[in-house]
Design a protein around this ligand. Structure first.
Ligand code: NAD
Length: 503
């Protein structure tokens, strides 16, 4: 790595920051008290966006608008085919504005542009998949209850849904929730992270253009305590769909429990990739680097623990280190960049604090470990730590940075024990040529996704979510729309009721 990095200033740096207003009841409006929030590009250091900052009054207005749209508006009542047509139109409009949306996510989050384009393309695919599910959502009938009874189970939209998203995949994560809620006929209040709200406001613009009725989707920028918390507690909200840290997820669940609201939780991860000696070690080494450093490690699915068989550890780690040296860290807007900027200086300090504590605990820095000096923004060298043991904080807690912790094992039982020895259970990977080994790991690892001889692929068709403290419920997959419904049982009785109680 040649230090320091020189970061070129993009055209946006010499223009006034782009401003975004709250979307409430079909109109873009300022906050009543005129407050705003600013976001600096973490990769470049200039102010890129300014959003109207919501508070309690805007939460109330947005929830009321969503409730009105649900109670009396056309959205829950229209044919699924008509809803699907609007979702498909939205998908086309997202695709048409892909470059603009990707650039906003890059400027606000620091992620590399090539990766961001892939995320927005993936989001387009999800919107189309949700549109298809809108048309196949159905209940059940029971004609086997005797001649006089027909049982019908309806799937009805649950009502107003509060959707709260994090900063690491701003557009992709809202797209894992909102189109499915809409496909079911729900209305929503959406709060993106206060650091990366811009692309969600563009989505609001797209939805209005696609013909979504007023009040069906309302979007608020603001802080978690001011906006997220009342969005969860509001009595008219029936369901909370949250993606973020396990810490805030627990608070959110506790608040939702007061009114027994349905919750969907996508939370943190501490995922292990287990590498056996008989694996395709070249492919596994590349996946180890990808798993550790993709999105600068700021990824719930990061393969932040590399669990390697002791017989191959030295050679394999040599290959991982050599590949890591070829990972380009730099300007997020440069097409050749693989690792961009860290989200904030506070977060960077937290990550480097973990590295320092791990060294104190007895592990050693095998590669990287240092903040990279740059002409603007904050960057961290991809870091590999060797000699990590299960009891260390670095092996158990979510670091959320480009830090790969290496642990070694001697037997499959030991590998599984290490993999499962964390409070999280989001995902895992196994690398081996043996079907027996792969199946043993896949069946016994306690996580919502297991990748076998691959890592971090995703498809709208496949459910995603966590075991243990990584979450509750699943997103995506063919049941994703059902998650935003209630079941209603209707019993139709034919002829005179028999078996009277009093007689
Ligand atoms: P965070 O928990 O700090 O914030 C997430 C969202 O919650 C933000 O919009 C924030 O403003 C809001 N919030 C904060 N306090 C709140 C409160 N009291 N009530 C309601 N809302 C509140 O998380 P983050 O730092 O933005 O994101 C990183 C975390 O997200 C990591 O832990 C990561 O693993 C997790 N994540 C999980 C998945 C998944 O699918 N499992 C995906 C992406 C990120």
């Amino acid at each position: 790595m040649n230090l320091p990095l020189t970061i070129a200033m993009p055209a946006e740096a010499s223009a006034a920051p782009q401003t975004y207003r709250l979307l409430i009841d079909g109109k873009f409006v300022d906050a009543r008290d005129g407050r705003t929030l600013e976001r600096n590009s973490p990769g470049h250091g200039f102010t890129v966006s300014r959003y109207a900052q919501a508070g309690a009054a805007e939460v109330e207005a947005a929830v009321q608008a969503a409730q009105k749209a649900f109670e009396t508006g056309p959205w829950p009542r229209m044919k699924a085919g008509e809803r699907a047509a609007i979702l498909l139109k939205a998908a086309d409009l997202i695709e048409a504005r892909l470059e603009e949306i990707a650039r906003l996510d890059v400027l606000e989050s620091g992620k590399p542009i090539v990766q961001a384009r892939g995320e927005i393309g993936g989001a387009v695919d999800i919107w189309r998949y949700a549109a298809a599910l809108a048309r196949t959502l159905h209940g059940e009938t029971y004609a086997n209850l005797g001649d006089a009874m027909l049982g019908v189970v309806l799937r009805e939209p649950i009502g107003v849904v509060s959707i709260i998203t994090p900063w690491n995949f701003p557009f992709l994560i809202v797209s894992q929730k909102l189109p499915f809620a809409l496909a079911a006929g729900c209305t929503a209040v959406v709060k993106p992270s206060e650091m990366t709200s811009a692309s969600t406001f563009v989505l609001g613009d797209i939805l209005m253009q696609a013909g979504l009725p007023d009040g069906v989707v309302n979007i608020l920028a603001g802080l978690g305590a001011d906006v997220g918390a009342p969005m969860v507690a509001h009595p008219l909200v029936e369901m909370v769909s949250f993606t973020g840290s396990t810490r805030v997820g627990k608070m959110t669940m506790a608040s939702a429990a007061n009114a027994l609201k349905k919750v969907s939780m996508e939370l943190g991860g501490k995922n292990g990739q287990i590498v056996f000696p008989d694996a395709d070690l070249e492919a596994a080494a590349d996946a180890a680097v990808f798993g550790g450093f993709f999105n600068a490690g700021e990824c719930c699915n990061a393969g932040s623990r590399l669990i390697v068989h002791e017989a191959i550890a030295d050679d394999f780690l040599g290959a991982v280190k050599a590949l890591t040296a070829r990972v380009t860290v730099g300007d997020p807007l440069d097409d050749s960049t693989k690792v961009g900027a860290m989200i904030s200086s506070e977060h960077l300090a937290k990550v480097t604090g973990y590295v320092a504590a791990a060294a104190n605990d007895g592990s050693s820095v095998y590669s990287g470990g240092k903040q990279i000096a740059s002409s603007a923004g904050q960057y961290l060298d991809p870091t590999i730590l060797r000699g990590v043991t299960e009891d260390m904080a670095i092996a158990r807690e979510e670091v959320f940075g480009p830090v790969l912790s290496v642990l070694t094992f001697g037997s499959i039982e030991e590998a599984l024990r290490i993999a499962n020895n964390t409070p999280y259970g989001l995902s895992a990977g196994v690398w081996s040529a043996s079907i027996d080994t792969c199946m043993s790991v896949a069946r016994n690892v306690r996580s919502g996704t297991v990748w076998v001889n691959t890592f971090m692929e995703g498809y709208p068709e496949l459910p995603f979510g966590g075991y243990k403290q990584s979450g509750l419920g699943r997103e995506l997959g063919k049941r994703a729309v059902e998650d935003y419904t209630e079941e209603k049982t209707i019993q139709f009785h034919r002829g005179q009721r028999t078996g009277w109680w009093v007689g």
